[in-house]
Ligand binder design. Structure first.
Ligand code: TNX
Length: 495
């Protein structure tokens, strides 16, 4: 079989789809071996045991859905073999070999196997076969993130799961959930039940809002973990707290309940916790304790952006008390780069959302030993419009087309922040202008694929025309899955 058809369509000519030539993100090394495809037939099985079993089961489910075959998972037999090899040092590295005799996927950990399975999925064509060849792959950056703002617009557990499915296909491994803001509080806190019950009942535009019970949240975190996605919960402090003040007025400087806030407008950074009241610190400690207990991942995100309603000395005093609380609850802290005003310890990761290519505080933090996450707003803010015709989204940072996301180098972007200091990159999807989950998909795809390649693939493989050509083959996959993606005019989409 020389030529494969993608499972989502038939393609004439030499531009074969669904093969080694259309992988996104592009692997470190990939070599197609035409004619050495592995035919997937009714008797196919997955060989996976021990730490590989769960990933093997995920792969089997994918194959069952696509082919209707039984696809058993067994630790001793099956032509598609998933193997853990302790000799592979990097936790997300994998090696894949597809020949007419079978598929061999090897990695040092289940996380590496999961990454390899995502590659394998892109190799599946119809009639059912995996394209022949070999891949050797590992990520450039450890943190490959997307942020979803569930505060301005609430997304259900089912929607967030679907989002996790969509981003993990591209080896995104961090989902930062912006759980609290002026317009809504989305996570149940047992000690402060009105946060969710009252503070969760609003959103932009005045809809019903919503929140996750602790049980739902835990299930979401587990679902993500099974797909090598670490959830980073953000509790935005000490500003962006109007919803919390509606629920508990004693937490605010005025001590009286403000009106619920359901607009977006320009009114950013208008709310603040009462910095000089003890109740504020009991509240923060309780919230961080409960959220930390729900969080297997190492990080809590404490926000700290746009604290225009908090006096500067109060902001510094607040962080001096709150940063140690996060450590007491066993977590490292990420904050928007404004957190650097407090000169935090080097373990704190600043997330840079500025648009400048130099920032003194970022450079100084790196000089002190900090690692950083880069989210320059004019490159990776997924809530920016693609172009003036985009019906949703903002444009305050830029219009951001696919090529804009792709065309920068995180390793050289910020003065004084070398590649080794870059923990990773992240695309925030703020949701003020979103009306539905379909809107979220429209803004995320295909830009997430560009972000993912920038974060995963080595700089030496960076090549816009080649990326655009490979990306074109992903349109039919999104179409088949009902993903509402933007048909960017920069891409010669295949139908
Ligand atoms: C700025 S960037 C914000 C968010 C808004 C976003 C809209 C940052 C840390 N704060 O509160 O949702 O702009 O684009």
């Amino acid at each position: 079989m020389g030529k494969l058809r993608c499972r989502f369509g038939e393609f004439a000519g030499d531009d074969t789809l669904g093969g080694m030539d259309h992988l996104v993100p592009v692997p470190v090394e990939v070599r197609a071996v035409p004619g050495d495809d592995f035919a997937v037939t009714a008797g196919v099985g997955v060989r996976a045991g021990g730490a590989a079993a769960a990933v093997g089961e995920l792969l089997a489910e994918v194959l069952r859905d696509a082919t209707g075959f039984a696809v058993p998972v067994d630790e001793a037999r099956g032509a598609i073999a998933l193997t853990i090899d302790d000799g592979i040092g990097h936790p997300e590295e994998y090696r894949l070999a597809v020949t007419r005799d079978g598929v061999a996927l090897t990695a040092g950990t289940a996380r590496g196997l999961f990454a390899g399975v995502q590659t394998l999925r892109q190799l599946l064509g119809e009639p059912w076969a995996f394209a022949g060849g070999v891949v050797r792959d590992r990520p450039r950056f450890a943190h490959r993130g997307v942020m979803l703002d569930v505060a301005r617009h609430f997304f259900t557990v089912a929607e967030v799961r679907r989002f996790i499915d969509g981003i993990s296909r591209y080896k995104i491994n961090v989902l930062h959930l912006h759980l609290t803001d002026d317009q809504g509080w989305r996570i149940e806190i047992e000690r402060w039940p009105r946060l969710a019950a009252v503070g969760g009942a609003t959103q932009v535009g005045g809809g019903p809002g919503g929140f996750y019970t602790q049980r739902e949240y835990r299930e979401l975190v587990d679902y993500a973990a099974a797909r090598n996605v670490t959830v980073i919960p953000e509790i935005d402090l000490p500003g962006h707290v109007n919803a919390a003040l509606v629920a508990y007025p004693e937490l605010g400087p005025a001590g009286v309940a403000p009106a619920p806030f359901t607009r977006h407008g320009n009114a950013k950074g208008f709310s603040s916790l009462a910095i000089d009241q003890e109740v504020t610190y009991r509240f923060v400690d309780d919230v961080l304790r409960e959220v930390a207990a729900l969080t297997p991942g190492p990080y809590l995100h404490l926000g700290t952006d746009e604290t225009h309603a908090t006096p500067e000395d109060g902001f510094l005093a607040f962080l001096a008390r709150v940063l140690p609380m996060a450590s007491q609850h066993g977590k490292a802290v990420i904050g928007w780069h404004e957190i650097l005003r407090a000169t935090p310890p080097a373990s704190v990761i600043p997330q840079y959302w500025g648009r400048d290519s130099s920032d003194e505080r970022m450079a100084a933090a790196v000089a002190r030993g900090s690692r950083v996450v880069l989210s320059p707003a004019h490159k990776v803010y997924l809530d920016m419009k693609y172009d003036p015709g985009t019906p949703i989204g903002f444009d305050w940072a830029a219009f951001i087309e696919v090529a804009d996301v792709y065309d920068w180098d995180p390793g050289t972007y910020l003065a004084g922040v070398p590649e080794a200091a870059v923990h990773g990159i992240e695309g925030p999807l703020w949701s003020e202008t979103l009306r539905s989950y379909r809107d979220a998909e429209y803004l995320a795809f295909p830009r997430v694929a560009a972000l993912a390649e920038l974060a995963w693939s080595p700089r030496a493989k960076h090549d816009w025309p080649d990326f655009a050509r490979r990306l074109a083959a992903h349109g039919p996959r999104w179409t088949a899955e009902g993903v509402n993606f933007h048909r960017s005019p920069q891409i010669a989409w295949v139908d």
